[in-house]
Design a protein around this ligand. Sequence first.
Ligand code: PGA
Length: 251
Amino acid sequence: MARKPLIAGNWKMHLTVAQGVELAEQLAPVADAYSDREVMVAPPFTALHAVTAAVKGSKLHVGSQNVCWEKQGAFTGEISPVMLQDLHVGMAIIGHSERRQIFGESDEMINKRVLGALEHGLVPVFCIGETLEEREADKTFTVLEQQITDGLQGVNEKQMESVVIAYEPVWAIGTGKTATKEQAQEVHAFIRQLLEEKMNKNVAKRVRILYGGSVKPENVDALMAQPDIDGALVGGAALQFESFSRIIKFT
Ligand code: PGA
């Protein structure tokens, strides 16, 4: 079964409810026009409810930017997978580098989030990536292997088929510096090989691996032409209709 590309927009801490609804309403018909690709937007929590309501009946997926592993309880500042299900949110970004770097989320915590999401039927968009320092010290593959091993611990082969991996080199996020298509492809092929070794060939063939980090209308086509790049996780360029719709329409 061929992997269906996923173009995901991470709105981060941007857009009011009205702005988010307007953008999602513009994007819904673009997403609906394609059967060979999926589109997701991840609004801030404040806009999740309104955005899911605004795109009801469309193929545009709505995701969250994080998710807790517990259903409910004393977890101030967290959002439960059950609450997300209640809103018909089907995907959750987990382990974004901003969560790891600014808010100190560990591989262990990220692993709990992944398992919690899977347990509640949410598709985890599990993010990994090396820093510039790690790349320059030739540690890229070691770091990624560690993040995958720790972050996906306890995920079984069946569950793994629904996990989406997003490779986002930290040095390329919001910096305008994209990994070259060759650099990205090299890492994506490495991740797929690792999945084959850790799980099996079938899982490796089915798991979607997105690239993220300064994806723009100008570079999306070249990135998407790589055999192991199955989509994009887009930050800055996902905030405007013109740029994100062009990214969705990659050729
Ligand atoms: P960027 O962000 O496209 O603005 O580089 C990507 C991300 O952080 O997911």
